[in-house]
Ligand binder design. Structure first.
Ligand code: GLN
Length: 269
């Protein structure tokens, strides 16, 4: 008898737990689900972490840090993901990885371009950027982009900077392509290149953090480009969710806080 009572109470308890667990999802009951978004397990994010201050290795840690990293972690949290895993890959491998389903999204200072839009979905723009170039400090005859003719230019593979650099190829310039932005800058330091074409905020960060010893900005910014988060065309629902989360973070002040943390000022409206 005692056994039956114990069994019964366990059963009642189990049913109670089950009922509590399913309550939010029961469509027949017109109860609204709790305000918190549904729990999703893991958002897998790809990036190429040689792009400070957007994504770069955190000192004395295995983690990556930067504006993009903070932003995608905040987005994942806002969307109800339990875990946000960041994977390190080559920049030119990110779009193929998305389309192969190996990663869910990529945030990597990706400029929204018409060419890329043929292959993937971009979120709403989250950062205003653009290309610029630095030259070695001892290069004094380059005042504008056209002066780069005949010079050696270092760029990162698969980037808008690399595409822009190609314009110089028929002007007698040599364009050297590197897997990471750091390696392109290293080539300049080692005098293997006269100039690096990259994104202005990345070049500014590089100059501020040691680069100004051997490099300087030259000419005017070359382009205006918006960054977007990259999602597979097979996953428009995820793209919508990301945009919704970005809207929420822009509204609740999180986006501004992160922007100020990394760039020292509020974003231009
Ligand atoms: N914004 C540039 C692009 O989209 C560079 C990005 C990068 O090197 N991470 O091509």
């Amino acid at each position: 008898m005692k056994k039956i009572t114990v069994l019964l109470s366990v059963l009642v308890l189990a049913l109670g737990i089950l009922a509590a667990g399913c309550g939010g999802g029961d469509k027949k009951e017109e109860k609204k689900p709790a305000a918190a978004p549904a729990v999703k397990e893991e958002l897998i994010v790809g990036t190429e972490p040689s792009f400070a201050p957007f994504e770069f290795p955190e000192k004395d840690s295995k983690e990556f840090t930067g504006f993009d990293m903070d932003l995608i972690r905040a987005i994942a949290k806002e969307m109800g993901y339990k875990k946000c895993t960041i994977k390190n890959m080559g920049f030119d491998a990110l779009i193929p990885a998305i389309n192969a389903g190996n990663i869910d999204v990529s945030i990597a200072g990706f400029s929204i371009t018409e060419e890329r839009k043929k292959q993937v979905i971009f979120s709403q723009p989250y950062y205003k950027s653009g290309l610029a170039f630095v030259v070695r400090k001892d290069v004094n005859d380059v005042k504008k982009f056209e002066d780069l003719k005949g010079k050696t230019i270092a760029v990162q593979l698969g980037t808008t900077g690399a595409l822009y650099g190609e314009k110089l190829k028929d002007k007698g310039s040599v364009v050297k392509t590197f897997n990471t932005s750091d390696l392109a800058c290293m080539e300049l330091k080692n005098k293997g290149a006269d100039a690096v074409i990259s994104d202005l905020p990345v070049l500014q960060y590089f100059l501020k953090n040691g680069g100004s010893e051997y490099a300087k900005l030259a000419g005017e910014p070359l382009t205006a480009e918006d960054y977007g988060i990259v999602i597979s065309k097979k996953n428009p629902e995820l793209a919508k969710g990301i945009d919704k989360a970005l809207d929420a973070l822009k509204k609740n002040g999180t986006y501004d806080k992160l922007y100020e943390k990394w760039f020292g000022s509020k974003p231009a409206k």
